[in-house]
Design a binder for this molecule. Sequence first.
Ligand SMILES: Cc1cc2nc3c(=O)[nH]c(=O)nc-3n(C[C@H](O)[C@H](O)[C@H](O)COP(=O)(O)OP(=O)(O)OC[C@H]3O[C@@H](n4cnc5c(N)ncnc54)[C@H](O)[C@@H]3O)c2cc1C
Ligand code: SF4
Ligand code: SF4
Length: 823
Amino acid sequence: MLGPIELAVRIAGRLGYTTDGMDIRQSLDATIEKAEHHPGIGSDPLPAAPTSSPRTPFESHIPFMQQALAHMGWREMIGMVRRMPKLKGQMKRGSTFFDKTFEPRRRTLTAAERADLVSFMKARGALEVGFLPDVDPRLVFAGKTLPERHAIVFTVEMDRAEMATAPSARAFLEVIDGYGALGKIAADTSAWLRARGIAAYPGTNLGGQTDYPAMAEAAGIGAIGYHGLLIGPGAGARTRVSTIYVGIDDLPAPHNPHLWVRDICANCRKCVRSCPPGAIEPAPVPKANGGMRTIRATACRDYFGRNWGCAVCLKVCPFSDKAYDAVKAAHDAARGVIPAPISTIDVPQVQVEGPRVAVIGAGAAGFYLARSILEDDPTARIDLFERLPFPHGLVRYGVAPDHPEVRNKGFTFDRMLEHPRVRLLAGVEIGRDVTPEDLRGAYDAVCLANGAPSDRRLVIEGEDLPGSYAAPDLVRWYNAHPDFYELDPRIGRKVAIIGHGNVALDTARMLLTHPQVLIRTDMMPEAAVRIAASRVEAVEVIGRSGPSQTSFTPKEIVELSELPGVQIVIDPDGLAADLALPLPDPQAERRRRRNLELFAGWAATPRDPAKRPVRIRFFRTPTAIVGTNAVEGLRLDVTRVADRGGRAKIEATGRIETMDCGTVIRAIGFRNVALPGLPFDTGRARVPVGPQGRVLDRTDGRPVPFLYAAGWARRGPIGVIGTNKTDAEEVAEALRADLAAAPDRRGAAGLVPAGAISSEDWTDIAREEKRRGAVRGHGPLRFVDTDEVRAWLDSHGRRRLNDPTLPPEAPEAGRPDPRFIHI
Ligand SMILES: Cc1cc2nc3c(=O)[nH]c(=O)nc-3n(C[C@H](O)[C@H](O)[C@H](O)COP(=O)(O)OP(=O)(O)OC[C@H]3O[C@@H](n4cnc5c(N)ncnc54)[C@H](O)[C@@H]3O)c2cc1C
Ligand code: SF4
Ligand code: SF4
């Protein structure tokens, strides 16, 4: 967390600030070395242990012009200039204590003096003060020697509101203020002690000879959180730490009441998921000095150099947000009620062999199934088979790139992969690499969660012309799906989208979003460029029925209407011809009423010629896509809707229209596919399913033993992510009931196909995608090619990711950098 200071020093250097004997144009490493370099100082020195780690250098390979400070505005510049002389003065004052050995007159403090000392420090802004009677030499950085072997460790608080803006210049300046406060308290306290005849040397406020968070934990004033920062009472993780090395032989032995924080970390891992460059390890890595490491320091440092000191992990930590006391109260209340933490470090390997279940598909339904089955039977073992090298299904390849909060759901699913009884076996297609029959032989139960991977066709003339695409393919293309990233679609100035559901709206929104916005999303950069270059001028969203029969959700359609420079256009005739038959579901009825209000509002709004229209056309059925070598237009039958015994029936009116367009997108739904040898109703394109997701035999209609379906594989392509949860709970319940009646169905061997991509591999892949994106100031930049990801795993894998001594890689070559795309 010290990187910004290095940058601050450089900026101040550019502004001409220097100190005696300390050229602040030098790197921070050199500056600190100089401040600390006083060999032979101290009356009771303590050298580092042979196994001590070196301090992570602050020097970053990131060029100065790519760092945040190189781009600061006047306001930040003024903030920096105001703080730099103070910081410089504090560093200089602190270093003077090391000029020569202080000859102590005494080596003890009375209890009353100790209390005075703590009051003195708190009056100057210290939050917590702790004592370390004997510093563990392993906490001293390699090559360093402390002047005294005892220490006082203390913290200062950083402002909640300022840190909540991280990564930002405001949070960065708050961090600098924290360092300033540490420097002043350490120097004032050292002077106070020396005035009483006691040897005292203030630690460097920017870090220095010892591992400060570890010193603070040893002194009992907090516990180190998973993000490597100290978490203590009051401010949680919003603190800075410093030390004073003192010649006091009778400091009290510390006791640490804060180690329960680890229980929260074991169940939380929010910092791991939130760290933009993926610099926080998903599981701790042993260090040479016997401790554990969770941060890849170089990856963190290089990211925060570009992003105002980052501090995202500090910001998202529940201890920073809700505060220590509130988290502790909840923890104490839940003790004995909450289940054992789901974590690779804290869960003992339970030996009981329960049922081994294969789940086909690692999308939303697959993950919910794993969770529900394990909740019902903690002895179960789940293998998630996934045909792609990446899990998450449509959460990765369907959900729109400008909805990062929904896409991040995938990273929440990943917590299931930390469970010791869940295995990911990705890059394995059931039906191609393993037959369903073999799978059923190797497992006690099999669940289909393979979604609806195909698309529905219109079966009209011209459907395969260049320029005509299924929306599922187009969506997968811009989301960098391995099977579709090379689709290379022709996108004309005028686009017709067939279908009145949310996928149609998502597609329209992607085509009309401003390029500057698109390239900041985690859409495949090549797709963002292609869409931008297409300069779509108008979109028609066509449906065969009326406004009352659309499947749009109001939120999605409002989002489209709010796109800058876009206007939704509604033909008033369509509204007049509507037929709103009562809907049985009150929620659907509410949604319809809201849609109708919105449509009426837009129908009454005058057309703004400066805006690009999204015209929603009702009562039109496509009958042919016209064109010679590519799409040139769309032929439509005009329809009407009639009430046939309480059901809306669409009828042709005999009127035909032809519209010009360069692209036709069929957003008429996804389709389930058969897996070889398993029951499938070809007519309905659906797996036949009975109550609670039991798959039924096509011949006798009875449940096939221990075969189930959930998610889109069960219901067809309807429902949002959360809908799959209820589904999964039902299947888990059915499985538990069926297994209770078959006690022999336990402990099947399972199978691990050669070359399967594991949970650990996926962690590395996801982290590398985040890193590649972060290098561009971007969301994750995805691997697109299955061979590419396998080659990357072969050449890098965990070895590189866990080796902090290797520098981060150069940005990936060969793909466009979105910041430099000119449109
Ligand atoms: C364009 C689009 C946008 C959406 N936006 C949202 C949204 O914003 N919010 C929301 O809540 N919901 C949204 N949804 C709905 C949500 O994505 C689905 O409800 C959910 O993904 C369905 O989960 P699933 O696991 O059944 O299927 P999927 O997510 O499709 O997962 C199935 C998995 O099975 C794998 N698989 C298939 N065949 C095999 C095989 N033979 N062997 C091994 N693996 C196989 C697939 O690769 C896939 O990973 C959207 C859907 C789409 C299409
Ligand atoms: S964010 Fe969660 S896991 Fe990370 S340190 Fe805070 S409590 Fe621990
Ligand atoms: S979120 Fe990651 S990059 Fe940012 S400060 Fe924390 S560890 Fe470093």
